[in-house]
Design a binder for this molecule. Structure first.
Ligand SMILES: [Zn+2]
Length: 502
């Protein structure tokens, strides 16, 4: 089976060839992660779920995936569509908003701490992100913290890169004291986005900053270090007390952490992902910085970008009232009743990553019935004896599922194949007991990890109480499960709890 992915860098599908050709097939992947200044919205999570499906598919096909997703907790500006960044730091914006919220008595909850402390804000929303990520079955949430580097904890690595770029003439200190990248000194500028310097001079997209034109050599030069002693988060540096630019964060953290995981210095990584809005300027600048520092031809061999998520056919926006966080959906503020996290996960993964997904209430209902169908098949399969299949991945149903995903992660074809098999005469619950877990290793909709674990514990306690003829306790535990939204059944193997779907 040849695995092919569409590479934004070359604008075509290419066979996937990891740098490491050992038997363990190590893959080094970096995903641009959340900026922790608010609860993540479902569009953010479409990109994160995509990265998770990609990782799980590569694991299904025998790769050892080293996934790193950064936590941006400083330096991401509100006008990030400008090469140079502009506006104010999103953490500052959050601080102002939360101080107002506190005055109005509507802070999210007591766990936030002091809304005047940007670090407390960042940790609060980072934890919220992790809760959402766990609920939606993202493996990265259960990896050691090393895999989720915080920008604020990698400032020395960023400064080292900036120093190298200055030393090799690719960066300069301007009259305003800030350090900029001189894009005219990097031949490959524009290779990812098509925004070459010629085009940018012609005003392509209008996406170069004019805020600091007076001090920059080229309009497209972008910020590496901003001296600003009044900034809410600041560090000492040779260029004055200040803070790093957003783009340098990802160059520094990706190479530093993935090298740590590899046990050797990497100058090229296998995969870099992000949303389509990251292509320019963010990823273009990352390439200029990383290759400018290491001298490598390529920073990432494969660049994969998810298209925007639409809501009811329109771009999400606060002013249109169609801007939903993950919590809004899960807690029932969108459809009027709580939504099972696995259903939201399925809804976010079911359309191809390179097409605009359209989030609708009807889509969620369809996702709920698909998840129910899969779970029912799994329950039925669990009750059947496993038939000896030496390796699930050798079974035609799993092979077909993997083959679809091997074609640039064609998820809709992969899922359609599974449902066709469930409906077909070939379906056999004995075989399904082996096949479905392999498929669920990628889809991850059989159970939401946290709640499933809790429910399993309660079921075991219930069975123990019943065995001891302590029926009052057994009844109380049963009620506890029902109150938590579970369907509770007594089977010959003991009590089974399944989360009821919205
Ligand atoms: Zn990034």
């Amino acid at each position: 089976m040849t695995i092919q992915f569409y590479n934004t860098l070359t604008n075509r599908k290419e066979p996937f060839a990891p740098i490491d050709d050992s038997a363990d097939k190590h893959v080094y992947m970096y995903n641009c992660g959340p900026t922790v200044y608010d609860f993540a919205h479902i569009g953010n999570f479409r990109a994160f779920v995509f990265a998770d499906v990609l990782r799980r598919f590569l694991e299904l096909t025998g790769h050892t995936v080293h996934q790193v997703m950064n936590i941006t907790d400083v330096g991401h500006m509100t006008d990030d569509q400008l090469a140079d960044g502009g506006g104010e730091d999103k953490m500052e914006k959050a601080r102002k908003r939360l101080i107002e919220d506190k005055k109005a008595g509507k802070l999210p909850d007591g766990a936030l701490g002091d809304p005047d402390d940007p670090f407390a804000i960042a940790r609060y929303y980072e934890n919220a992100f992790l809760e959402d990520a766990r609920a939606l079955g993202l493996r990265i949430a259960d990896d050691p913290p090393l895999h989720r580097p915080r920008a604020t904890e990698h400032v020395p690595q960023m400064q080292a890169m900036i120093r190298t770029l200055i030393d090799n003439g690719k960066a300069y200190v301007a009259d305003d004291g800030a350090v900029y990248y001189d894009v005219s000194r990097f031949d490959g500028y524009g290779s990812l986005s098509g925004n070459t310097l010629d085009k940018l001079r012609g005003g392509a997209g209008g996406r170069v900053s004019d805020a600091n034109q007076a001090v920059k050599r080229n309009p497209a030069d972008f910020l590496l270090w901003k001296p600003d002693p009044s900034h809410i988060m600041k560090w000492d540096s040779a260029w004055g007390e200040g803070y790093p630019g957003w783009h340098i964060e990802c160059s520094a953290m990706s190479l530093h952490v993935l090298s740590q995981l590899a046990g050797r210095e990497l100058t090229t990584i296998d995969i870099h992902t992000g949303g389509e809005d990251n292509i320019f300027p963010h990823h273009e600048c990352e390439i200029a910085q990383s290759c400018g520092c290491t001298g490598a031809d390529r920073f990432a061999n494969l660049w994969m970008h998810t298209r925007f998520l639409l809501v009811d056919g329109e771009k999400m926006s606060k002013s249109k009232g169609n801007f939903y966080t993950v919590r809004d959906v899960l807690e029932g503020r969108v459809t009027g009743r709580p939504v099972d996290p696995a259903v939201l996960r399925f809804e976010l993964l079911k359309s191809h990553y390179r097409s605009n997904a359209n989030f609708t209430a009807k889509g969620l209902e369809d996702a709920a019935s698909a998840v129910t169908r899969l779970r029912n098949a799994m329950t039925e399969a669990d009750a059947a004896d496993a038939q000896a299949i030496p390796d699930a991945t050798a079974h035609p149903v799993v092979k077909a599922f993997a083959a679809s995903l091997a074609d640039d992660l064609n998820i809709s074809e992969a899922v359609a194949g599974v449902f066709e098999w469930l409906r077909s005469d070939a379906y056999d619950p004995h075989e399904a007991r082996i096949i479905l877990p392999a498929i669920d290793a990628v889809l991850a909709v059989s159970a939401t990890p946290d709640t499933a674990d809790d429910a399993d514990v309660l079921c075991a306690q219930l069975d123990a109480a019943r065995g001891a003829k302590d029926f009052a306790t057994a009844d109380a535990l049963r009620q506890q499960l029902i109150d938590a939204g579970y369907d509770v059944q007594t089977t010959k193997d003991g009590t089974v709890a399944r989360k009821k779907l919205a």
